[in-house]
Write a new protein. Structure first.
Lengths: 214, 184
């Protein structure tokens, strides 16, 4: 049997991976706020970016190589999981209060992703206070907030495809999303920041970009 | 006639390395002679699983660590590989660092840091190129700026450069574009 015959046979195999099914795993959604966040970030040379999600290699390359950012990766989702696993969730607010050793005003931009959807009020407030502290004046904070209850205990990794698209990759979580935060609850959490932009996407996600007043 | 030739020919087809007494002192689990010869030919040194080193480790050849090292590792012009069994608590300086095991400490590479699947780094990374695989663990800071070279800062919106290829078929337009601006 010749090489071409063998290739033709392989293509006909039922188990051969199909391009369409291979890529259908992670959906891609539009993002309106990321570009604005980047604009805020790149107004400074060598900006410092704090990422509260799990490390994503391509995101690190995106911010590091294209925008010259110094990226600080602090995976709060894994902290939350650890506290739930160890039955120490009551200690989470105190933990978050002492979690960030960064100097006040040392960070130019913060990517919260959707961490606040998974925190109860005391922990959320402790985290918001710390983020407000480490953010420099005129710095930007980007958060995603669900507007409808989501079933199941899943976190989402947000993988940057480009400035206007994010790929959503879900993975197992120790806790489901908490009750939906209303707009006023979100604004109260970050009472020292001002809302710069807010977008409600068709996938029921609200993207809110905060700026710290000068 | 042919049999006589084969008897003196080395198995790899390369000229036989002269028998050298120098075997890496740190090779904790010496394998068969043919293996150590092969590793010498490739100029790669192994630190075996059972080896524990505390102090300063300097070298001028590529190094693979499967054991435990605490202190400082300096391979300025060479590749350092932390194998799946490697456990490092050290400041690392190398040309290129590949992590399959665990590193606690800051890593500085003049070329690239590559954290593979199941690799773990707790510490800050300074390198112009950083690759972190899905399934890798990392906590710390990443600084990818070349010293003395201003980073390229494209203006967002002028020329979007995809960081990862958008999957074909998962059309973003169909997913949910057109965010409705509702906020302040």
């Amino acid at each position: 049997m010749g090489l071409l015959d063998r290739i033709a046979l392989r293509k006909g195999e039922p188990d051969a991976p199909d391009a369409a099914t291979a890529v259908a795993v992670d959906p891609v959604f539009a993002t309106k706020a990321l570009r604005k966040f980047l604009t805020c970030l790149t107004s400074r040379e060598s900006p410092v970016l704090l990422d509260l999600g799990p490390v994503v290699g391509s995101n690190v390359s995106f911010f590091g190589e294209q925008f010259g950012c110094k990226i600080l990766v602090e995976d709060i989702f894994s902290d939350l999981d650890r506290h739930i696993r160890d039955a120490k969730i009551a200690e989470l607010p105190a933990f978050l209060t002492s979690r960030f050793s960064h100097l006040s005003g040392a960070v130019d931009g913060i990517l919260c992703w959707d961490i606040f959807d998974y925190l109860q009020r005391p922990a959320a407030q402790a985290l918001a206070d710390q983020l407000t502290r480490v953010l420099r004046p005129e710095g930007a904070l980007l958060g995603f907030f669900g507007t409808a209850p989501a079933p199941g205990a899943r976190y989402t990794k947000y993988i940057i495809v480009d400035e206007i698209h994010l790929k959503y990759r879900s993975y197992a979580a120790a806790r489901a999303r908490q009750p939906v935060l209303l707009n006023r609850d979100i604004i109260r959490l970050f009472s020292s920041l001002r809302v710069s932009d807010s977008f409600l996407l068709k996938n029921n996600l609200r993207e809110i970009l905060f700026r710290k007043p000068a | 006639m042919w049999k006589r030739d084969e008897a003196v020919r080395p198995a790899s087809g390369q000229p036989t390395a002269a028998p050298q007494p120098h075997v890496p002192a740190s090779a904790g689990a010496p394998g068969p002679r043919s293996e150590s010869t092969r590793s010498m030919e490739k100029d790669i040194v192994n630190i075996g699983k059972s080896v524990v080193i505390k102090g300063e480790l300097n070298g001028s050849e590529d190094l693979t660590i499967e054991g435990h090292v605490e202190g400082t590792i300096q391979l300025r012009d060479h590749v350092l590989t932390i194998g799946p069994n490697g456990r490092i608590k050290a400041q690392v300086f190398a040309k290129s660092v590949i992590v399959l095991g665990e590193v606690t400490g800051n890593v500085t590479a003049s070329d690239k840091v590559d954290i593979r699947d199941n690799g773990s780094v707790d510490g800050d990374i300074v390198s112009p190129r950083v690759a972190i695989a899905e399934g890798a663990h990392f906590r710390g800071a990443v600084d990818m700026q070349r010293k003395g070279v201003a980073p390229a800062q494209p203006k967002p919106g002028t020329a979007p450069q995809p960081a990862a290829a958008a999957p074909q078929g998962a059309a973003p337009a169909a997913a949910a574009p057109a965010g409705q601006r509702v906020g302040a």
